[in-house]
Design a protein around this ligand. Structure first.
Ligand code: FAD
Ligand code: FES
Length: 264
């Protein structure tokens, strides 16, 4: 983990409510594992005071630059859009947290993301592709222009199922995944951006006897386990329903097994 003032390569509109910033951060890019995150300082005078956590969306092929895809939701992300132009500087700490794991010998995985939660998945898909693992992607958003990363997954030739509430009201992006899992063995499932989808994915994984991981989003402050501001209740043993503990998402996560966090 390091803190640097990274040069901003560009900061431009991506699609819908989303923006994309690219920064030069060679050591961070080299060290980063899929699912880890960075914590960015966005300061206008003293507000907002706390850094803001973001998944790393893409790492450049030469592993010198990283991209963050971000949704404008409040003061911090508005300032990120307005005060970090290309040629400027981005104060960033990373890589942080514990990322996704690919089971040894996996042949086929499914990734399921909703909204800006999808931003956590491309680095995992890059790693899977490098290992020759087939990826089935299920991407969902409210509207068509808020659907990201479809192009990234399809450039590998992986099947991508894109779903929007706008086009397919009353259905879930996991409906075709259910069908696939009845005929094909899926070795691991990865989900982020929706607890509702995560519950469906958890059930499917349980039926297949496959692991399922979820990238959690939680309000954060320090981002590395010091302030205890991001704790969630986590189940300690798969088969011990009573045993739980409060754990920091930034340190023990943001990636957890679904059985650890979907017990409540
Ligand atoms: C590990 C991790 C990875 C993330 N990756 C991304 C990413 O790749 N792209 C992206 O756009 N966002 C991501 N987020 C969420 C991002 O951190 C928040 O959207 C951002 O901090 C909002 O800052 P703000 O000042 O604009 O909004 P604020 O003014 O702080 O909040 C605006 C609204 O967003 C809600 N909100 C703020 N932070 C969170 C959060 N962490 N979880 C849920 N709701 C929140 C607030 O409750 C409020 O309703 C991630 C969060 C975590 C913990
Ligand atoms: S944000 Fe400080 S402990 Fe997690």
């Amino acid at each position: 983990m390091e803190q640097i003032l990274a040069p901003v390569v560009f900061n431009r509109h991506l699609t819908g409510d989303y923006w994309l910033i690219e920064i030069e951060a060679p050591d961070m890019a080299a060290a980063l594992k899929p699912g880890q995150f960075v914590n960015i300082r966005i300061e206008n005078s003293l507000a907002p005071y706390l850094r803001r956590p973001f998944s790393v969306y893409r790492i450049s092929q030469d592993r010198r630059r990283i991209q963050v895809a971000y949704k404008i939701v409040g003061e911090g992300t508005r300032l990120m859009r307005d005060t970090m132009p290309s040629g400027g500087r981005c104060d960033v700490i990373g890589p942080l947290g514990k990322g996704f794991s690919l089971p040894p010998g996996a042949k086929r995985i499914a990734v399921i993301g909703r909204g800006i939660g999808i931003a956590a998945l491309p680095t995992l898909v890059d790693a899977a592709a490098e290992q020759g693992i087939e990826v089935h992607a299920y991407l969902s958003a409210r509207t068509r222009d808020n659907l990201v990363a479809e192009d990234i997954f399809s450039q590998y030739g992986f099947p991508v199922y894109a779903h929007t509430d706008q086009d397919s009201p009353g259905t879930l992006v996991t409906d075709p995944l259910k069908e696939l899992s009845q005929t094909r063995k899926i070795d691991a499932f990865y989900v982020c951006g929706s607890n509702r989808l995560a519950r469906v994915v958890h059930e499917l994984a349980e039926t297949q006897g496959a692991p399922a991981e979820i990238a959690m989003e939680q309000h954060m402050a320090c981002g590395f386990g010091d302030c205890h501001g991001c704790v969630i209740n986590v189940k300690l043993g798969r088969d011990e329903p009573e045993e739980t503990a409060w754990k920091e998402v930034c340190h023990y996560g943001p990636v957890f097994n679904t059985w650890e966090v979907l017990h409540a």
